[in-house]
Design a protein. Sequence first.
Length: 606
Amino acid sequence: MDYGISIWANNNFFIDNKKVKLNYKSKPSLVKIVKEIRDGGIRGPILLRFPHLIEKQISLIYENFKSAKDEFDYKGSFNAVYPLKVNQYPNFVKNIVRIGEKYNYGLEAGSKAELLLAMVYNGKNSPITVNGFKDEEMISLGFIAKEMGHNITLTIEGLSELTNIIKINKKRYGQTPNIGLRIRLHSSGIGIWAKSGGINSKFGLTSTELIEAIEMLKKENMMSAFTMIHFHIGSQISEIGPLKKALREAGNIYAQLKKLGASSLNSINLGGGLAIEYSQHKDEIKRNYTLREYANDVTYLLKDISTTKNVKEPNIYIESGRYIAASHAVLVAPVLELFSQEYTQAKLKLKDVNPPLVQELYELYNTINSTYAQEYLHDSIDHMNSLLTLFDLGYIDLIDRSNTEILVNLIIKKAITLLKDKGSKELLQIQDMIQERYLINFSIFQSLPDFWGISQNFPVMPLDRLDEKPTRSASIWDITCDSDGEISYDKNKPLFLHDLDVTKEDYFLGFFLVGAYQEVLGMKHNLFTHPSEATIEINDDGYEIKNIIEAQSIIDIMEDLDYDTKEVVKTLDDKIKNSNLIDNSAKKDILDEINMFLNDNSYLLS
């Protein structure tokens, strides 16, 4: 079973010698990397970052747009910026700036904090764009960035922002940032994020407001600063049609603004939305276009509109952060427990005389074979339902009930093994009934918040044993005390994992394409925080593990939440010292234990 790796992996990962491996240079296995990190004392979930996958995505975007420009003889330039909101973690941002420097790949900021990061880390010749609502302080920061020498564009979301730019421009030192106007299109995207576009979207100027903005700029003699229009129809645009419609609308607005006297207007910013494929199943594939098609359509349509309207071809900007960030990170977490492991033959407590249906279950278990496996399955489930009714009526006791549960589970396990090569629909239905619960050492709320919040799927698979057919229909449970912390088994998109004994072997699951949004949206539910992370650089001879950052300690998490950690430590110390239940030597040992716990992370030690 390949877990749909040919659908979602984009040739970044492959299966070889029963393991998931990186398809780059020395091609190491993920499980080898993880075990080496764990040998250094790191436990719990581990986030692996792969800089070469950042470089691959950036280079693909620039190469495809260069090819499109060459094919259509497009005169405008191509530019890309990375939206910091997608992932602001330093081990990612610093890599993206370093890798993107040769392309003049820039940064996009949507807040004062992000703008300050862009001012610190953005490449010398790379553009900065600023989106989102802005107060006077944020606009002043934009002016400072311009005064530092940055190529910065402040995108206006409302006329009040333009009023503030005009006011601040009169007070400063003669260096005005480029001004962009965000346009509110009638066109919208598709799927969960469609509301980002359309006439009722949160951001952008209406046609009336655009005309008023032009008049304001003309009145203040600032038309030379107006260089860009910007639109965004939504994240993860799965179909190309809505984008093409939006481009035609934006292209015509661009041409009209040029005719209204916007002579310095030279750029169209498409925003983000370039999709990646998250699906593991062929019948669930969402994206219906390639990067090449995306680049060709954008370039051709803007060329065609410019020719038709007799205006200069605009420079193209895109802000596709998900496409750049998602594939670079893999979350790896160990399985802690299988909840059916309690159902073993050794735990049967059969009596000298058992209820007839229990005795029949025992005989079914001992005589089941491939010929009668399906029939025996049906019989065992019928017997279980009857025995549970007898228990409710008081005719059998708790030991009988326990024997029933164990025997039915053992029969089902045997039947699935015997029928595993038949792949019948009925087998899938049976597996849905007896799905296995895998307890995983991670928090869905922290590491996969989009699964919890918007039902976003992420590819998941074991890192090894891929030469064996998995037979357990799997539900994944995290370690939070919340019933929503579960990826339930879905018979329409089934996940199968291996049977195992966690006391004898390690079994790691990899959660892929988690590099976009998941880290920054992750919440500290139950005070589980960002997992330990490591940057992995692959070379021809092997790999290097760099920048290991262990998950925050409990005391640091408390401090983040504004607890007085000195008070916490002192109170615990005082309560232990004042306890009448233990002697003084034990108190010292307990204080040492408490100190150790406070300075460890919240994840389980596995």
